[in-house]
Design a protein around this ligand. Sequence first.
Ligand SMILES: *Cc1c(COP(=O)(O)O)cnc(C)c1O
Length: 225
Amino acid sequence: MDRIGVNLLSVLDQIRQACSRSGRPAEAVKLLAVSKTFPLECVLQAHAAGQLLFGENRVQELVEKAPLAPPDCEWHLIGHLQRNKVRAALRCAACIQSVDSLALLHRINNIAAELQCRPAILLEVNISGEASKFGLPPEEVEEVVLAARDGQARCQGLMTVAPLAATPAELGKIFAGLRQLRDKVSAQTGCPLPELSMGMSGDFPIAIAEGATIVRIGSAIFGAR
Ligand SMILES: *Cc1c(COP(=O)(O)O)cnc(C)c1O
């Protein structure tokens, strides 16, 4: 097996171990393989090792790779989405994980109605409050969940990107914060919001301990960027 296949199996094994340490079933966590900056060939190698779920952070790269990948691959957009790129994104992505404004939600609903598709979406939350970062402030999440309730897009949960420099203790707080926000907003709105997309190559075991259902992993599978 090639290097990417070996890395993929190792990551899957670490996910299983993290689940087992937290008393969660292994199926509770999905692996999103983040192929950004890597060529289609790397996607094909991961696919050959059994991976079906892939993530890209730029629409341009998504539309270049996704149409050439095997049809059983599912693609998620995980980076900031400009309103003028929504149509292109919805043609390739089954899920937009990076919905970070009411305006973007409305735009996705309108285009999805035109394209007659019902994309999954996650709301990206800036839990740590970093000024430089995309994502809804936690206090605006309830309003956007309510606005999404009867729309064309199906809001399935929340996503966050933790700061690179955070310590394990800080990461634990950030991931627990996203879970608690989900629990609160879900209770307030009656919307289930089952998905929590959190955790990357450097911190996914901590995210799994705090309830992640999707981990987004790039470099641990494909190598350094
Ligand atoms: C690049 C990226 C990842 C994966 O990062 P790694 O550290 O390579 O695992 C996850 N989420 C988002 C939003 C990204 O842009």
